[in-house]
Design a protein around this ligand. Sequence first.
Ligand SMILES: [Cu+2]
Length: 66
Amino acid sequence: MTLKLTVPNMACSACANNITNAIKAVDANATIEADPQTKFVSVETQASEAAIKDALATAGYPAAEK
Ligand SMILES: [Cu+2]
């Protein structure tokens, strides 16, 4: 499953790294593309969307509702 999320709090590449690590903590095999310019995060994962969003919110980077 590929999730496409917008994360408004992602401001720089360090944020992108934090987001990547937060998602990897849920699914170590996830493939993540996080772009601070567009605030766009693409996640290829076996984990549920709810689990990924929970991890992002806990890390301080809640995904925006569509
Ligand atoms: Cu940052």
